[in-house]
Design a protein around this ligand. Sequence first.
Ligand SMILES: C[S@@+](CC[C@H](N)C(=O)[O-])C[C@H]1O[C@@H](n2cnc3c(N)ncnc32)[C@H](O)[C@@H]1O
Length: 314
Amino acid sequence: MVEVDAQMPPMSEAVPPATVGEKPDTVAVAGSENAHQGSAEDQALGPVDQGRDESRDQLEGSPVLQEVLGPALEPLQRFHHKLVSEGLTRGIIGPRDASIIWERHILNSAAARPFLEQACQEAGSRRVADVGSGGGFPGIVLAACMPDYDFTLIEPMERRIEWLNEVVDELSLRNVHLVRKRVEDIISDSSQDPVAAGKRRKGGRKKSRAREAQGSFAGNSGQLSAQAGARAGAGQFAAVTCRAVAPLTKLAAWTLPLVQVGGQLVALKGRSAQAEIDKAQKELRKCGGREPRVVDAPVGPGLEPTHVVLVNKV
Ligand SMILES: C[S@@+](CC[C@H](N)C(=O)[O-])C[C@H]1O[C@@H](n2cnc3c(N)ncnc32)[C@H](O)[C@@H]1O
């Protein structure tokens, strides 16, 4: 069993300075760039069992995978294979991740599914955004598990977008749109809020135009698509999910503006979830978040549950 704690490392380690012309990939976020000290996900998700066999996934061949993932198991096996064979060298997983990809990353991501289905049903839409998808957690896993839902994966780093685009093609996912932007830029570019719009103007049109030119990928096409970019904006999603991106004090403003009224934030979090909520009360309310709460999310039979923070948008 793996202890899962999706508490985020300090933002200085996690947020790439994404101005145009800069290479965000050179900033340590996750994977090989800081592999010598463990990936950001390693740091974010907590300690792992030191005595295990590092070369073989602990859940390989387990009936739990079929039971939890159902028809999504087949595409996710391909994702698992790609993570094992290329993930380390491409900076997607850390050196200690190979034996825990199923539980710590794939099943952990899939645990958000029932909460997203419920949120979408209540909001009357099937549009979901994953903010800071990294190597595809939870967005790729959820898109494979929920083929009738529309997923927009928001990720600013070029190298990760390239990886995600390959994954979308190799898994034949037809319900994924990739948007290469920082989420706060998406929000300010689409916001009707005069304060946010004012900030945008002050921030300079040049920079913002250039960022737009970075564009976005439409899933399963491998091509740039302006349409996919236009789909991501304030108030457009029934549910927004995320994992290991930022503390709730920051996530409030990075996620709730994307959620439509009547929708929900569904954030995968670690054991400090309640403490994060307590700290972020003011920020959550300011962004229209109500009734923040932590719920246990089953990961699979015999596996330790994870935690999900739910926040209603009013
Ligand atoms: C620690 S990684 C987590 C990745 C993935 N969610 C997971 O659980 O494995 C954080 C991710 O958030 C992305 N990120 C950081 N700042 C962001 C921002 N302002 N907008 C969108 N994504 C951001 C990073 O590029 C990185 O891929």
